[in-house]
Design a protein around this ligand. Structure first.
Ligand code: GLA
Length: 419
């Protein structure tokens, strides 16, 4: 009896369970199958788009051959529906033999041979959300060891088909089980999303100790409505969410859908900009084999990636929202720099927004330069009371990377980045 109680208590309090894996000091970047490819298992009629080893190998090829890897996109992540409907005779999870004939271990080797990392999906509960075998409490250690033996680098642990008390025990236990494998495996927890995403049900201090990232809100889908809903939820609850993030522990507003069907060009720029402000994981869920140049250029924007990956690891926040439906967002960056995003939730026409740093309550002794991350244009000699105007398109964004000018004079390479 006592033997059982002690680990349970440890699990509930999180004591000694710190996910000390040193991973993801900046938000992870890569590709994740779910939003675009869902649970398409029909490889007979749709061989190019079904969840199969071919799909993940194709994406690994694109990430390396098309230069995504150099930009930081290094994870190739499997989501639901990869497994066979039944565990094997030894009780092990096993990949669907028709769609993954070589198995996950071979896929991990392939992905590693390209200098990339492989992520896999599991579910704390009797089944995954798509109805595949889940990981019940008694199987946590066993499944963690299986994933490690395959050479997996990240686990997204979903939470369908378990109750709140099972989750409160299971997520800390999986964190410890992953650590115990001795293989560095980043841990993505869907736990808070199942508990409403807010305290008191969600303990963000504990999450920061046991998970590298966590989903806390609804699934993204291929629509602007969905992206807006996520942004609005994040701003409404930023007092709670913003302090929870930091190096090694990130809020995950879900995948980037830039390059899919639902967003306009302006909306695509907005998603990428806000995800950079939010220090969000950048997991693209799109088809890298057919992605357009325009969408690709948004996802490859080096200034935005640099903002997202800033080593300070501080999440940004909405500073103000006017009656004009323009929101101003800010993220503090290292070296006295910061990012400003002017985001329009208007639906009429481009809006001319005139302001100054002081009007945004930003006070600093420095003189700044501000680079528009999408046009590359630079505003020079920006003092706190210098007024400037940005023109923001409906559902679009203007984003500025603002840095002290003197740094540019001392080191010409430190400021401007070529787009
Ligand atoms: C849940 C998750 C999604 C995805 C699906 C898979 O809905 O939140 O991100 O993993 O399950 O079934």
């Amino acid at each position: 009896m006592e033997l059982l109680v002690v680990p349970l208590l440890l699990a509930l309090t999180g004591c000694g369970l710190s996910l000390d894996n040193g991973l993801m000091r900046t938000p992870p970047m890569g590709w994740l199958a779910w939003e675009r490819f869902r649970c398409n298992t029909d490889c007979n009629t749709d061989p190019k788009n079904c969840i199969s080893e071919r799909l993940f190998m194709d994406m690994a090829d694109r990430l390396t051959e098309d230069g995504w890897k150099e930009l930081g996109y290094q994870y190739v992540n499997i989501d639901d529906c990869w497994a066979a409907k039944k565990r094997d005779s030894e009780g092990r999870l096993v990949a669907d033999p028709h769609r993954f004939p070589s198995g996950i271990k071979a896929l991990a080797q392939y992905v590693h041979s390209k200098g990339l990392k492989l992520g896999i999906y599991g579910d704390l509960g009797t089944f995954t959300c798509g109805g595949y075998p889940g990981t019940t409490l008694d199987l946590i250690d066993f499944d963690a060891r299986t994933f490690a033996s395959w050479g997996v680098d990240m686990l997204k642990l979903d939470g369908c088909y378990s109750n709140s008390s099972e989750k409160a025990v299971g997520y800390p236990l999986m964190s410890r089980a992953l650590n115990a494998t001795g293989r560095p495996i980043a841990f993505s927890c869907s736990w808070p999303a199942y508990e409403g995403g807010l305290p008191p049900q969600v303990n963000y201090t504990l999450l920061g100790e046991i998970c590298n990232l966590w989903r806390n809100y609804d699934d993204i889908n291929d629509s602007w409505e969905s992206v807006r809903g996520i942004i609005n939820w994040y701003s409404a609850h930023q007092e709670v969410l913003q302090p929870a993030a930091g190096p090694g522990r990130w809020n995950d507003p879900d995948m980037l859908i830039v390059g899919d069907f639902g967003l306009s060009y302006e909306q695509s720029k907005s998603q990428m900009a806000l995800w950079a402000i939010l220090a969000a994981p950048l997991f693209m869920s799109n088809d890298l084999r057919t992605i357009s140049r325009k969408a690709s250029s948004i996802l490859r924007n080096k200034v935005l990636i640099r903002i997202n990956q800033d080593p300070l690891g501080e999440e940004g926040r909405m500073l103000l929202k006017g009656r004009n439906n323009i929101e101003v967002w800010m993220r503090n960056l290292s070296s006295s720099s910061f990012a400003l995003a002017f985001f329009s939730q208007r639906t009429d026409q481009p809006y001319h927004y005139r302001t100054s740093l002081i009007q945004l309550n930003i006070t600093a002794p420095e003189v700044f330069s501000a680079q528009d991350v999408y046009t590359g244009r630079v505003l020079q000699n920006l003092e706190v009371d210098t007024e400037f105007t940005v023109t923001i398109n409906p559902s679009g964004v203007v984003m500025l990377y603002v840095y002290p000018t003197k740094r540019l004079e001392q080191n010409p390479d430190a400021g401007l980045l070529l787009l």
